[in-house]
Design a protein around this ligand. Structure first.
Ligand code: H2U
Ligand code: ZN
Length: 345
């Protein structure tokens, strides 16, 4: 890449959302005297009698978790979406628009072990998480247009409990982010008769500047338009609309590549790396979505150490998102990190 890109401010275009971000690579040397997040990798027991996600424990409202041995799914006791709504489906006002939405929220425990994170789990156990994602999407997509699988990891990301878990929110409406991705993937397909993310990945695999890890069926890229310092996108190499379309071998490889990227993330600052991750695939109604390509986003907030995170404030709230290190510099750093988790050294 032209090395002027590492010296001068420029804007980069996000092909999935149609939004621009500002890159200011010359700014990385500015001093930091602001807040330091307290990130503690506390000692955690394998089983915590006070944890509402550990096997056999009681949750808010009195429900009791199964004595599960691998993964466990339950209806969120404080669900953000409800299966039945009696709201009028629309309003006519120019100013006070409301739309009805029905849905459900579930919690997925990744492991009975309170002291693990996905990064520290065996690949064979991560494979079981992939299976639960698959089963849940199969089940919920019969009823809901959009099924959002996600994981909020770490207190920095607002995660309430260190027990390894993720969530699913499913609803009858297409939310904002997938809606933008839908528009831009469709537009490209109509113009080029080709799948946007397939063509993009192909180019990235040839260039190799932003490829962090790959295996036979998957690749992890720092997208050209990455906004979070160590943001990545995980893509299958074959054209796949939904996670439920993966073959067994692709699921095995998915577990393998998840382990690789998560270990690198933890090794970056030798801390349990916080992030929000989640899956995007074709919506579930009957329309033709052949322009869609399955992918997962990882949005980690840490910038320069285990304690300094990136804030999205000021210019970012009022004008547009901005980053300091370039996507290429972030890739170089991630690529060079060991595949062995720092706690196992
Ligand atoms: P986080 O991933 O943000 O930590 O959320 C955990 C979810 O667990 C959260 O959505 C739910 C919360 O509503 N929860 C229960 O369903 N039952 C409980 O007893 C506590 C938390
Ligand atoms: Zn627990």
């Amino acid at each position: 890449m032209n090395n002027l890109f590492t010296e001068f401010p420029h804007r980069r275009y996000n092909i999935l959302t149609g939004e621009w971000i500002l890159v200011s690579p010359h700014r990385t040397k500015r001093p930091w005297q602001g807040n330091k997040e307290i990130i503690t990798d506390d000692f955690r027991p394998q089983y915590d009698p006070k944890c509402y996600l550990c096997p056999g424990n009681e949750r808010a409202g009195g429900k009791v978790n199964k004595q599960y041995e691998s993964t466990f799914v339950f209806e969120n006791d404080f669900a953000a979406l409800l299966p039945k709504s009696d709201l009028e489906s629309s309003t006519k006002s120019d100013f006070f628009k409301i739309k009805n939405i029905e849905g459900t929220s579930r919690v997925i425990c990744f492991s009975p072990r309170h002291d693990r994170t996905m990064a520290e789990m065996e690949v064979s156990n991560i494979r079981k998480v992939v299976d639960v994602w698959d089963e849940q999407i199969k089940d919920l997509s019969k009823k809901y247009k959009w099924v959002q699988i996600f994981e909020n990891k770490g207190a920095t990301m607002g995660c309430s409990n260190p027990h390894p878990h993720g969530q699913i929110w499913a609803g009858t409406e297409l939310p904002n982010e997938p809606s933008k991705e839908n528009i831009h993937q469709q537009k490209y397909y109509l113009e080029k008769n080709s799948v946007l993310l397939i063509d993009y990945l192909q180019t990235e695999l040839e260039k190799k500047e932003r490829v962090v890890v790959e295996n036979d069926n998957w690749a992890v890229i720092v997208p050209f338009w990455a906004l979070w310092p160590y943001e990545t996108i995980l893509l299958p190499k074959r054209h796949i609309l939904k996670l439920t379309d993966l073959s067994d071998h692709e699921k095995d490889d998915l577990a393998d590549i998840l382990k690789q990227i998560l270990v690198k993330y933890d090794n970056l600052f030798e801390t349990s790396f916080p992030y929000t991750m989640g899956w995007h695939g074709a919506p579930n109604d009957k329309a033709d979505y052949s322009y869609w390509q399955l992918h997962a986003h990882f949005y980690p907030p840490l910038l320069r150490s285990a304690t300094v995170k990136k804030f999205m404030v000021g210019y970012e709230m009022l004008a547009e998102a901005q980053r300091d290190i370039t996507a290429e510099q972030a890739t170089e750093k991630l690529k060079r990190l060991s595949d062995i988790h720092y706690k196992q050294k």
